[in-house]
Design a protein around this ligand. Structure first.
Ligand SMILES: [Zn+2]
Length: 304
């Protein structure tokens, strides 16, 4: 493949800039600004500004919020939510530990009665962000290992853990009656994903997890995704979940084939023509390269 010096420098700069170390800020800057709550159905909807998609349930009898983006956007979200309800948040969930999903906890905490997350989410949030004096952390005080369930108002909310994937603590939060599930970053819809090996993630296990998710929920389930190639793609169907799984399989197949062909990490990571990835986009330049490097590292580690 052709890779111009200019492109190489651009991509190299992004990677040496330490995407994850900078708390995902660079990765999510490209999202469009949208204000206001968007309703899906039955008092359930999403809020998009910067970072992972926030999910909400707001009715006369209960309020539930999923993820908090960043402190400044959590504040904007709460201002919108308070136009809809004057009630406190009964249940708040983090889907996983990344700062674009937990950074706003510091703002949300004053409005939330109960903050819940998988135990690995809290552990990695402490480990990866806990010592940063510039980003004060608020952790979920209620944790679970496998499944957490509560009837609230007219809804039943179930948080379920399927295993390591994007990180080690990814949770799906399901509004059972409305049949709407927020899968966090288990799905990057039509955009190349970040595999956080340092956060306990694994591309191989991610495939297993998405198989389980596909079997557990149904074709009637409406899904909310942490990220999408654009704002219209942060929600979708079981087909999108399965497409994410196919994408991960295609990446593993490609990288393992190229490794068998004797290609090195740099050569593989600079590939752009990858079978099974048509229609998948980079949200920022260099994301595909980072994804390929992560797949390479995992396969290489397991080979040794
Ligand atoms: Zn994430």
């Amino acid at each position: 493949m052709k890779f111009t010096r200019k492109e190489f420098l651009k991509t190299g700069a992004l990677i040496t800039g330490g995407v994850l170390l900078q708390g995902h800020k660079f990765l999510y800057r490209a999202q469009e600004k949208v204000s206001g709550l968007k309703t899906i159905r039955d008092n359930i909807g999403i809020y998009i500004e910067r970072g992972g998609t926030i999910g909400w349930y707001a009715s006369n009898d209960a309020v539930v919020v999923i993820d908090s983006q960043f402190p400044e956007t959590a504040k904007n979200f709460m201002a919108e939510l308070q136009k809809k309800t004057d009630k406190r948040i009964n249940l708040f969930f983090n889907t996983h530990h990344h700062s674009d999903h937990t950074g706003g906890n510091i703002y949300i905490k004053d409005f939330a009665d109960k903050m819940i997350a998988h135990e690995q989410c809290v552990e990695f949030q402490k480990k990866n962000y806990g010592s940063n004096p510039n980003a004060q952390q608020v952790y979920a005080s209620t944790t679970f290992t496998d499944k957490w369930r509560q009837e609230i108002g007219k809804e039943t909310v179930v948080a379920k853990y399927f295993g390591p994937a994007h990180t080690s603590g990814d949770t799906v939060i399901h509004f059972e009656k409305a049949n709407i599930a927020h899968v966090g970053d288990l799905v990057f819809n039509k955009t190349f994903p970040y595999i956080d090996a340092n956060g306990g993630g694994s591309v191989a296990s991610w495939i297993t997890v998405l198989d389980k998710v596909s079997n557990y929920y149904s074709k009637d389930t409406f899904f909310i995704f942490g990220h999408g190639a654009n704002n219209d793609l942060v929600t979708g169907s079981l087909d999108d979940v399965k497409a994410m799984n196919s994408l991960l399989s295609a990446l593993i197949d490609f990288v393992s084939k190229e490794m068998k062909n004797g290609k090195n990490k740099l050569e593989i990571s600079l590939s752009t023509d990858i079978p099974g990835t048509i229609g998948w986009k980079e949200r920022v330049a260099g994301m595909l390269r980072i994804t390929l490097e992560k797949v390479f590292d995992e396969l290489n580690k397991n080979k040794l």
